[in-house]
Write a protein that binds this ligand. Structure first.
Ligand SMILES: Cc1ncc(COP(=O)(O)O)c(C=O)c1O
Length: 413
């Protein structure tokens, strides 16, 4: 991978590559992401939108073709796709399929949490003061409608102050802590284990927005105390827009009344021969929170992407992401004119590295011109490689990039 600013300015020395040669991983990356890897651009914007693998394109085309002949789509093909998505997602995050509800975006899962958790007027909901808006507005809404108190904890600069978060849990009345696993702005990965334990010990619900973590880092919810976790699949899980899931801890499922009720939220609703035998008994699993109908063709692509994850290995993927991130961190640390905004600490890293040059606007324009696809977030440059990001000799062909990049930036959050 070419050093981004080097490519932008053409004046800086290269950084030694530490990317471990892995022929099998590279072969899978070449097979599935040839458009990313052919080097028209250096795509460092997976925190906005992940590219679709070639196998997913084929799966989408195949499913869409069947939709032109709906009579060819069996019940098993349609609903079995969703069953498999729940299974694969559960396997990826260390959950049970019964704890997974499929959604069309992260925000709906977070809204579910805000509207379903048993909160009373005066109860306190905490988050940080630099959270992504999807973790803020749903709680502001319940503050307005239900009289809960929504409070933010100041960050330490741009990074979460975990000590301050833990201390804040001891305030009277705290009922919910909502945080991103990985910050959209800095890539700071919170200590899910420590915070989850602290919440559990105090009877505080822990709600996590995991969209910037799942797919780049490994996760085993069976070892953690998280109550509700919402995640879109369009970024680090390289899946179509309109695919997401929410995890609800098993013990909590039956205690939560869905805030929106789908016609398949109730038990026995898979039997389409008895639609009018109304039985308003919710399912025991997280499907009670799904408001059907789902975009089945898009979830077919999620399944392909997750098969790919297991083909490569989630730990191997995370290791490759970490290698890319390490190069960027060391590059930023080695320069006097760029401030590393992200935490350099290994345990805080994710797939996002944010840097602050003196004139971010000018540097962003140079990166655009050099074909380095990135984002600008809160005035800083956000770089987000993924496991299939090409390293070493695969350099962007800048001239072609000049023609293509301007529309490619900032198309997602
Ligand atoms: C932390 C975080 N949460 C949520 C989202 C997106 O939410 P949704 O899937 O509802 O669009 C993003 C990025 O777009 C994000 O960075």
């Amino acid at each position: 991978m070419t050093n981004p600013s080097e490519r932008a300015t053409g004046t800086l020395p290269s950084v030694d590559t530490t990317i471990v040669h892995d022929a099998r991983l590279d072969a899978v990356a070449d097979r599935e992401f040839p458009r990313v890897r052919r080097g028209d651009v250096a795509y460092l914007n997976n925190a906005s939108t992940g590219p679709l693998p070639e196998s997913s394109l084929r799966a989408l085309a195949e499913f869409d073709a069947l939709r032109a002949e709906p009579w060819t789509i069996s019940f098993e093909r349609q609903f079995g796709t969703a069953v498999r998505s729940r299974e694969l997602i559960a396997r990826l995050i260390g959950a049970s399929p019964s704890e997974i509800a499929l959604m069309t975006n992260t925000s709906y899962g977070l809204n579910l949490a805000a509207r379903m958790l048993p909160l009373s007027p005066g109860d306190v909901v905490l988050t940080s003061d630099r959270e992504f808006p999807s973790n803020v507005y749903p709680w502001m809404a319940v503050e307005r409608t239900r009289g809960v108190r929504f409070q933010t904890i100041p960050c330490d600069g741009r990074l979460l102050d975990e000590g301050a978060v833990l201390a804040a849990l001891d305030q009277p009345g705290v009922r919910v802590l909502v945080l991103s696993w990985v910050s959209f702005e800095t890539g700071y990965a919170i200590d899910l284990e420590r915070i989850g334990q602290a919440c559990a010990a105090r009877g505080i619900y822990f709600v996590v927005d995991a969209i910037q973590g799942v797919g780049a880092l490994t996760l085993d919810l069976s070892q953690l105390h998280v109550d509700i976790l919402a995640c879109g699949c369009q970024k680090w899980l390289v899946s179509p827009w309109g695919t997401a899931f929410v995890y609800v801890r098993q013990a909590l499922i039956s205690a939560l009344e869905p805030s929106d009720v789908g016609w398949m939220s109730v038990r026995d609703s898979d039997d389409f021969t008895r639609m009018l035998d109304y039985d308003f008994t919710y399912r025991d699993d997280a499907r009670r929170f799904e408001v059907v109908t789902l975009p089945f063709q898009e979830f077919a692509a999620v399944n392909v992407a997750l098969d790919l994850w297991f083909e490569v290995g989630p730990a191997r993927i995370a290791a490759r992401v970490a290698e890319h991130v390490d190069r960027l961190v060391r590059w930023a640390e080695g320069r006097g004119d760029v401030q590393l905004v992200s935490s350099p600490a290994l345990v805080r890293r994710s797939g996002i590295v944010t840097v602050l040059p003196p004139d971010a606007g000018r540097v962003s324009a140079s990166l655009d011109a050099a074909g380095v696809v990135h984002s600008v977030r809160e005035g800083a440059i956000r770089l987000s490689p993924h496991w299939f990001t090409a390293a070493g000799a695969r350099r962007a062909r800048v001239a072609r990039a000049r023609r293509r990049v301007p529309t490619a930036r900032d198309d997602g959050a």
